[in-house]
Design a protein around this ligand. Structure first.
Ligand code: HH2
Length: 263
């Protein structure tokens, strides 16, 4: 899954895909480099990022969704949003799936919208609101972070089912770095099989994140490619089946090797 943030303030690619032409070039390159899903987002979760209205978010993502569907039609398009209104318009504009970093917590209508459109949905674990979910504000878990994340994901899966989503439509994501210290994120990666055992494909997205910076000492997010690729190869070994990345070619190579080495 290639990341395309159409935002001025995302932590690593803010402003990079800010014209339609640049976003389209990135989509074509992502497809060529081996991505099958293209995740388009119009609101950053970086702590301190400016909150955006539905209209503003729509004006950012809809033209890109329409253009990518028209020009790179083989890519599966997901919209990265916590707002049901944005998800609805994005699905009507041709997106196939919703990637909700709140896992359906922040907008009561989200699961209904996904179900009505028979869309796929990534249910990611986080706590809090958009402004603080990528901080440590809600990062207290007691002894077993994995159990708490699995419980929270199960609650959201049950809500999704109640809204009419089929199990085939769902992907789960432990939410690396979201309301989690690096120790929490590492525990979730080591024990990813427990998330996999919930019975859904698991997505991992650690691309260029603070965790990678802490482990490698690489300060600039755009230079955290090797650390991200190694972490994602490990995640594949632990059962992840979708990797969300800014760096498609490098990730594809790492993941191809990791897949070949699966027992
Ligand atoms: N991480 C980010 C955004 N969306 N979606 C899923 N499913 N999993 C993730 O780990 C995830 C996500 C944050 O990264 P990024 O989009 O690069 O940054 P920003 O939120 O600043 O736009």
């Amino acid at each position: 899954m290639a990341i395309c943030n159409v935002t001025p303030d995302s932590f690593s690619d803010g402003g990079v895909h800010d014209t339609l032409e640049r976003a389209l070039q990135f989509a074509a390159a992502a497809w060529r480099d081996g991505a099958t899903i293209f995740d388009i987002g119009g609101e950053s979760t970086r702590p301190g990022a400016t909150p955006v209205s539905v209209d503003q978010e729509l004006s950012r993502v809809i033209p890109v969704i329409e253009a990518v569907r028209a020009r790179v039609p083989d890519l599966i398009v997901s919209v990265d949003t916590v707002k049901a209104g944005v998800a609805r318009a994005a699905l009507q504009a041709g997106a196939h799936a919703v990637n909700d970093v709140s896992g359906g917590r922040l907008d009561a209508a989200m699961f209904d919208v996904a179900a009505q459109h028979r869309a796929g949905m990534v249910v990611m674990h986080s706590r809090g609101g958009v402004a603080d979910m990528a901080s440590l504000a809600h990062a207290s878990y007691g002894a077993d972070v994995v159990a708490q994340v699995c419980d929270a994901l199960t609650t959201q899966v049950n809500r999704a089912r109640a809204a009419g989503l089929t199990d085939e439509a769902l992907v789960l994501d432990p939410g690396i770095g979201f309301s989690k210290s690096s120790a929490h994120s590492l525990a979730l990666l080591r024990e990813l099989p427990r998330v996999v055992s919930l019975g859904f494909p698991v997505l991992v997205g650690a691309s260029r994140k603070r965790l990678i910076g802490e482990l490698t000492g690489v300060a600039k997010p755009a230079e955290r490619v090797i650390g991200s690729a190694v972490l994602h190869a490990y995640a594949v070994q632990r059962g992840a089946r979708i990797i969300r990345t800014h760096d498609v070619a490098a990730t594809r190579e790492a993941v191809a090797v990791a897949f070949a080495l699966l027992p």
